[in-house]
Design a protein around this ligand. Structure first.
Ligand code: NAD
Length: 321
């Protein structure tokens, strides 16, 4: 059978592994690539037995060689949580710059359409609320988080340069906070941090006074948005995220209720450059892709909690890689 062939970088990570599942479901031949710096083969091992799935252990900042034709590339390789990119800042910049350059070069050579994973972090600590794609952002290039934000901003620029200069078919998605099974409990983000603390019977740590807001998109909704954008003919950035906002304090209270923990909330100092408000304007995604989130926070949180609860108990207290 002449299947469409898709390369997924960052395939062993949280989002990449869900994209592998979706691409297999769509009938593609999946070429999964990862250097496992923050990912885990456990996320994709269920696919290894399939003949339409192959895995390359490869660092994409090095030249990428894929034999045969390639129809699509989903470029998702990059450390994504602050705990990771603050620990490996140079690799983060390199995968955003050299890694993206290599992926775009491959897309050009193969005539493949490429979708790159950008982020709401390109808006930095936004002065516009909610964030539309037209907002240029408020990023501190020399702050600790700048390594991630600027890597992604460079990624968007080089992607548009390949689009305009080489005629490569490109898509840019700006992903807002996403959660779901296969996240790491110890990745430092609020949702797994709260659930991990509840599971271990610890107090839940809120940074600052907890009035800063976040919006959480369930992974299945995001994957649907990615697929629709990949299939669309729109080449400018599109926000995909859940616009339902909640303060971190309220969110911690929701987790306490869901898990039935008897612990309380404790407050610590806010990290440098922590965004105070984040909420996507998804007018474009609705109009262009007919997309909007379908999974409620109550539903998604319950599925995610069950996933974490069923992990072997030693995973609950594992330290970050
Ligand atoms: P993740 O850390 O779970 O996955 C990233 C994967 O990329 C890992 O498996 C890692 O090993 C791999 N990787 C990193 N550098 C690599 C390299 N040089 N070569 C090959 N593989 C490499 O993170 P995630 O949450 O799945 O995020 C995936 C992508 O989505 C990232 O590009 C991230 O910036 C973007 N994103 C995620 C979110 C979110 O809420 N999860 C939000 C915005 C953007």
């Amino acid at each position: 059978m002449d299947r469409k062939r898709i390369l997924i970088t960052g395939a062993a990570g949280f989002l990449g592994s869900h994209l592998c599942d979706r691409a297999i479901k769509e009938g593609y031949h999946v070429i999964a690539m990862d250097n496992l710096i923050t990912g885990d083969l456990k996320n994709i091992e269920h696919l290894f037995k399939l003949e339409q799935f192959e895995f390359y252990h490869h660092d994409i900042t090095k030249f990428i060689h894929i034999p045969g034709k390639l129809d699509y590339i989903l470029h998702f390789a990059s450390p994504a949580s602050p705990i990771d990119y603050l620990k490996i800042p140079i690799q983060t910049l390199k995968v955003g710059a050299h890694g993206t350059h290599n992926c775009l070069g491959l897309a050009k050579a193969k005539g493949a359409r490429i979708l790159v994973a950008s982020t709401s972090e390109v808006y930095g600590d936004p002065l516009v609320h909610p964030q539309t794609e037209e907002y240029w952002g408020n990023v501190n290039p020399v702050g600790p988080r700048g390594v991630y934000d600027e890597a992604k901003r460079f990624m968007e620029s080089i992607t548009m340069a390949y689009n305009r200069f080489h005629g490569v078919e490109t898509r840019i998605i700006r992903i807002f906070n996403t959660y779901g099974p296969r996240m790491r409990l110890n990745d430092g983000r609020a949702l797994p941090a709260f659930i991990g603390q509840a599971l271990r019977g610890e107090d839940l740590t809120v940074f600052g006074d907890g009035s800063q807001t976040r919006s959480f998109c369930y992974v299945d909704d995001l994957v649907e948005g990615i697929y629709r954008l990949l299939m669309s003919d729109y080449d400018m950035p599109v926000n995909i995220g859940n616009p339902t906002e909640i303060t971190l304090k309220e969110f911690a209270e929701e987790v306490i209720k869901l898990t039935g923990t008897t612990q309380k909330i404790v407050y610590k100092d806010l990290p440098v450059d922590d965004p105070k408000q984040r909420k996507p304007d998804i007018t474009k995604a609705k109009a262009l892709l007919g997309w909007e989130p379908k999974v409620s926070r109550a539903e998604g949180l319950k599925i995610t909690y069950e996933y974490f609860k069923n992990l072997p108990q030693e995973e609950w207290s594992k330290l970050p890689k």
